[in-house]
Design a protein around this ligand. Sequence first.
Ligand code: AMP
Length: 138
Amino acid sequence: MPSIFTRIILGEIPCHKVYQDSHVLAMLDINPIAPGHTLVIPTEPAETLDKLSDDSAAAIGRLLPRLCRAVCKATGCNAYNVLQNNGSGAHQAVMHVHFHIIPKPDPSRGLGIGWPASKLDNAAGTDLAKSIARALAG
Ligand code: AMP
């Protein structure tokens, strides 16, 4: 079952397109939380970022800063967030990788963030960093 984003990429459903090439589509979010809220979507139908190919990741990575500059220029906004949700537990509603570029015109608009910071325990941090590094190498 193709995602709604795949159907948009294929031209089956309309969108407010900002950019498209063979690897990436950028369009306005249909329910923006600030003017200029833009979605950047790989044409590859990976569900979450960890499943995305290196080629698609590179294409998105090359384009994101340019798109951020364009959104800022068009909205006159210098502050913005880039958000990328993975999994329904992390608020992902459309199971096709996408990055949100969300202008922050003032404190009352754009992305609100809960940031429940704690202090990293030194020993636990040492173990965890090693464990992630091992996973990366394996
Ligand atoms: P997420 O919670 O990260 O999966 O966000 C999915 C986003 O896709 C939401 O902000 C929706 O408003 C947006 N969205 C869903 N359907 C469409 C559509 N047809 N066109 C544009 N944006 C959409």
